[in-house]
Design a protein around this ligand. Structure first.
Ligand code: HEC
Length: 335
């Protein structure tokens, strides 16, 4: 169907281009020779007259004859040139004919392959046909009330991105066949589309254990990623790749993005790692310096600032910008 639509649009554009092309280079007007036919008649008359003349009169006529012959020669050349141009232009006419043929063919195809709708556009025709198919699938599902019929209806709705109907359809499948992994999986995907990443992750993590379909693994990864659970997202996407998921490149770059998020530290954590961790431990658990994690002194930011700026005992003063200090204090509160 889409091919037919493309064929119509394509041949219309082609025809338009071909029709408009000659207009762009309009032929240059050139001064038309004054009536070659009349010149020829005059020439015949002069040739007859000249035989009976002599002296200067004869010379005048001969000159006139010579001029007319020259003129007619030029005319012939111009006519030949024009004929050449006409011959050059022929392929354009051929293309025009071809394009016209294309339009007729496309029109015939549209006429016989699409439902005829007075006044309706081609896209409307597609939408109407889809809606009709969906309705008939729904009618069949209601009549038969089998998981298979509801699944066919829900799958078609899902394909059309009519997620509400798809969700209803999959819910009916689950009612009739509570172990149908496809219905659960699609339901989970729809939850993700609806912005309910947490519920999506719950459903998909269960269903992908039963049926590790790539589609489910992909969306499980998406849901975890959205929730900020990057390690789980990476695991789901890796399994997606190992099960032969098709969007290999896209998922590989998603895995990279998740890894980047995983290693990215908050600015405060970065300051701590660089300026404090060596003495107070990577997690503030204590080392050369005392334990900072859950240290009550952290509840008094002024005291911490004072110690850091001026040092205390074995701890040197540690220079830093106000921004770094703000970020550091935020990180210390989380320890
Ligand atoms: C060269 C090692 C060293 C570095 C670097 C260092 N400290 Fe200290 N820090 C110490 C020592 C040693 C003490 C104990 C000082 C004392 O009371 O004698 C201490 C004490 C502290 C105290 C007081 C703890 C308490 O319970 O009294 C705080 C708060 C503190 N440091 C924060 C920081 C912060 C924040 C950084 C990074 C910006 C940092 N320190 C960097 C060695 C260090």
């Amino acid at each position: 169907m889409i091919l037919v639509y493309l064929a119509v649009v394509g041949s219309l554009l082609l025809a338009l281009a071909v029709v408009l092309a000659p207009l762009r280079k309009a032929p240059r007007p050139f001064p038309e020779n004054p009536r070659p036919q009349e010149l020829r008649i005059e020439l015949e008359a002069l040739k007859r007259e000249v035989k009976e003349l002599s002296g200067p009169e004869r010379v005048r006529l001969l000159k006139r004859i010579a001029w007319i012959e020259r003129e007619l020669g030029i005319v012939r050349q111009r006519e030949a040139a024009r004929a050449d141009r006409a011959r050059v232009r022929f392929p354009a006419w051929g293309a025009l004919l071809l394009a016209a043929g294309g339009i007729v063919l496309a029109a015939v195809l549209v006429q016989y392959t699409l439902p005829r709708l007075p006044g309706g556009t081609v896209t409307e025709a597609f939408a109407l046909e889809e809606a009709r198919t969906l309705r008939s699938l729904q009618a069949r599902a209601e009549r038969e009330n089998t998981p298979e019929a509801w699944l066919a209806y829900a799958d078609y709705a899902f394909e059309l991105r009519d997620l509400e109907r798809a969700a209803q359809g999959y819910a009916r499948v689950i009612e009739l066949d509570p172990r149908n992994p496809r219905a659960y999986r699609r339901y989970g995907m729809i939850l993700f589309f609806a912005g309910r990443a947490k519920e999506a992750a719950e459903i998909l993590s269960v269903v992908t254990r039963v049926d590790p379909d790539p589609e489910g693994l992909l969306f499980l990864g998406n849901a975890y990623f959205q929730l900020g659970e990057y390690e789980r997202a990476i695991a789901a996407w890796k399994e997606y790749l190992s099960r032969g998921g098709e969007s290999r490149e896209r998922v590989e770059s998603l895995i990279e993005a998740a890894r980047a998020r995983l290693t990215a530290r908050s600015p405060g954590e970065a300051v701590f790692a660089q300026k404090c961790a060596a003495c107070h431990g990577a997690q503030g658990e204590g080392g050369i310096g005392p334990k900072l994690a859950k240290n009550p002194i952290l509840n008094v930011p002024e005291a911490v600032i004072e110690i850091v700026r001026n040092g205390r005992g074995a701890m040197p003063a540690i220079p830093m910008t106000d921004e770094e200090m703000t970020a550091l204090l935020a990180f210390l509160r989380e320890l």
